[in-house]
Design a protein around this ligand. Structure first.
Ligand code: ZN
Ligand code: ZN
Length: 137
């Protein structure tokens, strides 16, 4: 999808994202779970233009990534991969949810046992997910 808009809960932060990859994964890792309250559905975007950027706070969640949230309402806005500067916007902050399609899950070995997403999804453990990057390097 070429261009999509979104906002945080209190609307202090709004954004326009370009070249949104509407087919996305859910991450069950412990960091995403704590940060989102449940699995994170991060949507890769080529670029993101924000308004109300003063209200975005950055948390350095690891050596390789930052997480951005609204300092007024606490909405989890994005995961930013530092090496490429690419934003993975939280799916839930987009205004239009209809273009999205959940196609897979990662870190399934960290998933709590009592809930599961429906559908025919690809499923990767932490080790399987990380092995992808070792191969491509
Ligand atoms: Zn807000
Ligand atoms: Zn995660």
């Amino acid at each position: 999808m070429s261009q999509m808009t979104g906002r945080c809960l209190c609307e202090a932060v709004t954004f326009t994202a370009e070249e949104v990859q509407t087919h996305h994964h859910a991450c069950h890792c412990g960091m995403c779970r704590r940060w989102m309250g449940t699995a994170m559905m991060g949507v890769a975007c080529k670029s993101v233009r924000f308004a109300g950027e003063d209200h975005i706070r950055i948390y350095e969640s690891s050596d390789w990534a930052q997480r951005g949230f609204c300092d007024l309402c606490g909405t989890s806005l994005f995961y930013l991969f530092k090496a490429t500067g690419q934003h993975f916007m939280s799916r839930g902050v987009f205004d239009d949810q209809t273009p999205f399609r959940l196609v897979g899950e990662i870190y399934v070995d960290h998933q709590p046992p009592d809930y599961a997403f429906a559908g025919d999804l690809s499923r990767m453990t932490e080790a399987e997910f990380l092995a992808q990057f070792e191969k491509s390097e």
